[in-house]
Design a protein. Structure first.
Length: 383
């Protein structure tokens, strides 16, 4: 039997790790095992990949119509043979916690589907991505449609998930604005070959072509940049409070919290500048966080945490519920209200998969953090 080794001489089989991951996704994992799992997710790429796979399978199963309420006992009987050889003393605990039905959903071949449950995020797609031209025209990205927009020597190819600026790299520089609503993501290829991957509730203002001495864009929200190298024409990303100056590199910018602007560098080098001549050089693997009170603060970051949104996953490590609420609002297109304001400071550790129905995550949140919530007409109330 293969072993997965954890520090301090403690060995866990792959099957034991799998069980702990099931417990974690259901919110029933005990604190000691949760520390083991979080360490493995940070240090072992295989465990991380398996964790992502479990989340993806849960999302697919529930999207296909799996109903937990349909027959939980049937679900338990179907999944029990797959688990009974591993950590048997926990099986009863798993069943009581309702993990059986969730685990059954992970194994798509069990054929326990047939309900009408759909992820709540589906209804949030109605708004769609928009492209606003400098001339005043607004164009909507349409599902399954790719169209070409030509105007004043600029050409844009607008698709459902991607916009490609086919204008000359040093063209006229007419300004365009792409706005991505809640739930969706979108990718933009700029005229110089640079790529911008936009998260939900993000806007990007960019020119069709860069005729000047610099290449400049404006971002509000979150986006990952892969900048085409050009040392003679620096690239500048303007945020509400900072500017990021690069020549060719990969980095993530997060401005969701206007009081805390974050720039995480994957490769290359950048200089980020703030008001009052504040500035700092950022090295690969480090994230610069800007606040008006403290200026820039530098800290190492984990790619799996900061960039996981690009794979449809968010990881939370002792994250305040107020911050978590912002992610739920953006990814599911809902409004979030706190009846008990003290809950905003309560912390949560776990993961959220974008394909995962919101109700499933809320049930996990209640089990793991004892946080009660009510969803009514696309408004989520934490009590």
């Amino acid at each position: 039997m293969k072993k997965a080794v954890y520090k301090a001489g403690m060995d866990y089989t792959n099957e034991q790790i799998h069980i702990m991951l099931l417990e974690k996704i259901a919110g029933t994992i005990d604190p000691a095992d949760n520390r083991v799992v979080e360490q493995l997710l940070r240090d072992d790429s295989r465990v991380c990949a398996h964790w992502l796979s479990i989340n993806e399978q849960v999302g697919k199963a529930t999207a296909a119509g799996f109903s937990v309420a349909a027959d939980e006992e049937q679900s338990w009987q179907a999944i029990k043979p797959l688990l009974r050889k591993h950590r048997p003393l926990r099986l009863l605990f798993l069943k009581v916690a309702g993990v059986a039905a969730l685990a059954a959903a992970i194994f798509a071949g069990i054929s326990l589907f047939g309900g009408q449950n759909r992820p709540i995020r589906e209804s949030g797609k109605a708004m769609g991505v928009t492209l606003a031209l400098e001339e005043g025209t607004v164009i909507r990205a349409e599902k399954g449609v790719s169209k070409t927009v030509s105007l004043d020597g600029t050409t844009l190819r607008v698709g459902e998930n991607t916009l490609i600026d086919q204008s000359p790299a040093y063209g006229r520089g007419r300004w365009r604005t792409v706005t991505v609503p809640a739930v969706l993501e979108y990718k933009v290829w700029l005229a110089d070959g640079s790529q911008v991957w936009m998260n939900a509730e993000t806007s990007l203002r960019f020119p069709s072509g860069f005729p000047g001495q610099t290449r400049e864009v404006y971002i509000d929200g979150e986006a990952f940049f892969n900048i085409a190298k050009n040392t003679r024409q620096p690239f500048i990303v303007h945020t509400p409070q900072t500017d990021v100056v690069v020549s060719g590199t990969q980095f993530n910018v997060n401005t969701y919290n206007p009081d805390r602007i974050q720039t995480a560098l994957v490769e290359g080098s950048v200089i980020t500048k703030g008001p009052g001549n504040r500035q700092v050089a950022v090295l690969p693997g480090y994230q610069a966080t800007y606040t008006a009170q403290n200026g820039f603060q530098m800290a190492a970051f984990d790619d799996a945490d900061v960039l996981s949104w690009m794979k449809g996953v968010y990881y939370f490590h002792h994250t305040p519920l107020k911050e978590l609420a912002g992610v739920l609002a953006r990814w599911y297109g809902i409004s979030v209200h706190f009846h008990n304001l003290a809950l905003q400071k309560k912390t949560f550790s776990g993961a959220l998969t974008k394909s995962q129905p919101l109700q499933l995550f809320l049930e996990s949140l209640q089990l793991s953090a004892n946080v009660h919530s009510i969803l009514n007409n696309r408004v989520l109330y934490f009590e």
